[in-house]
Design a protein around this ligand. Structure first.
Ligand SMILES: *Cc1c(COP(=O)(O)O)cnc(C)c1O
Length: 384
């Protein structure tokens, strides 16, 4: 038998040998995407605060007021005494934004997915997941006891094949995908997915962690098309463009009522701090009042893809795939010496051989800095 410490040290050693050991770097965010790391001021292109709302004055003031009035923590789960009055306003705003009956707020996006999916799916059910779906969709799917099958990324023909072949052998079927893919920045073909879901009596769920606030006038990926796409389960996070913390599901009344009574991550986890709820509500008000703000991150991303002649950005996320983990790490270090923070993304977050730099664009990124970044990438990072 190994000692515990020996076991852990050996695992770390093996990860290090593959350049896969992850480390934390202290990063103090200051303002408008700037941050300090190792005593240096850097402009971050690795932050999901797309609208810079985490530092917006009205958002921060709402959080401070709630903190002063109600204290730092919720004190209990929502079903016990943690259902703060501020939740009702936030859930109403989310349901209005997404045009659904109701919404249910969870502790985080991760907690939402591991709560929602097992509440709906069980033994004898089929879960069809896009192969690039986020780790927490996988976690929720595995916890459900249903059969999990993947379809090739954004490949609706493959999904149709699987539905035709398998749908009949199962009771209920869920199709789950990301509205905007977190590591690739491309969008799911939602109109086609909704059609397939309808034709095969399946339920469609989107994880819109990177769509809310930045696509469809801030309403998210289902609103980025000519007409709203019917997505029965619209899940997302309050921790990215909304600038606060928490997760949500927007859906019909019976579905939301079921979540509130059965989702384990809702029942057995403490409610959000009141300040986080107040901040989210204030951020949604900003989004509603200034739709022009929501268009900025995509416009900045498109400026960048134009400068480098990359495929036009579909979202504020732009990947630059470099291959091996080491190449991505070296490129990231190079950009840091130039004053830019761009994190290298490596396996297992992305498939082997597709290590990359992942750029995220925010409303307040100065155009001149985007231009300088693109020039450095063209001259120093991309092979001639
Ligand atoms: C970030 C992210 C989550 C998790 O949301 P948190 O609120 O950070 O827990 C879920 N799904 C996707 C696609 C994400 O990018």
């Amino acid at each position: 038998m190994q000692t515990l410490d020996h076991f852990a040290a050996e695992k770390l050693h093996a990860l290090e040998a593959q350049q896969l050991r992850r480390t934390l770097s202290e990063t103090a965010r200051t303002d408008g995407g700037w941050m300090e790391r190792n005593g240096r001021r850097l402009l971050s292109f690795s932050c999901n605060d797309y609208l810079n709302l985490s530092q917006h004055q009205a958002v921060c003031e709402a959080a401070i007021a709630a903190l002063r009035q109600y204290g730092a923590g919720a004190g209990a789960s929502r079903l016990v005494t943690g259902n703060h009055p501020l939740y009702a306003g936030l859930e109403r705003r989310l349901a209005t934004l997404k045009q659904t009956d109701d919404a249910c707020v969870f502790g985080s996006g991760y907690l939402a997915n591991i709560g929602i999916i097992p509440t709906l799916m069980g033994k004898g059910d089929l879960l069809l997941l896009d192969e690039l779906a986020h780790a927490c969709i996988w976690a929720g799917a595995r916890m459900s006891d249903g059969d999990v099958v993947t379809f090739r990324h954004n490949d609706t023909a493959h999904l149709a094949e699987l539905l035709t072949e398998k749908r009949g052998s199962y009771r209920n079927t869920l199709i789950a995908t990301e509205g905007v893919f977190s590591m690739d920045g491309d969008c799911a073909p939602l109109p086609q997915l909704a059609e397939l879901a309808e034709d095969h009596h399946a339920w469609l769920m989107t994880d819109d962690a990177h769509g809310i606030g930045v696509l469809g006038n801030g309403r998210g990926s289902s609103f980025a098309y000519d007409k709203p796409v019917p997505v029965a389960l619209q899940m997302g996070t309050l921790s990215k463009a909304i600038g606060s913390y928490g997760g949500y599901l927007c859906a019909s009344q019976p579905v939301i009522d079921l979540m509130r009574t059965r989702a384990r991550s809702f029942i057995y986890s403490t409610g959000l701090p009141p300040a986080s709820i107040a901040a989210s509500s204030a951020a949604l008000d900003v989004i509603e009042q200034t739709p022009a703000l929501t268009a900025l991150p995509l416009a900045k991303a498109r400026r960048f893809t134009r400068l480098l002649a990359l495929d036009e950005a579909q979202s504020p996320i732009v990947p630059l795939i470099l291959g091996e983990a080491e190449a991505a790490l070296n490129a990231s270090r190079r950009l840091e010496t130039e004053g830019f923070l761009v994190t290298a993304i490596r396996p297992p977050t992305v498939p082997t051989g597709t290590a990359r730099l992942r750029f995220t664009f925010c409303a307040q990124h100065p155009d001149a800095e985007i231009d300088r970044l693109a020039a450095i990438i063209r001259n120093r990072i991309l092979p001639a």
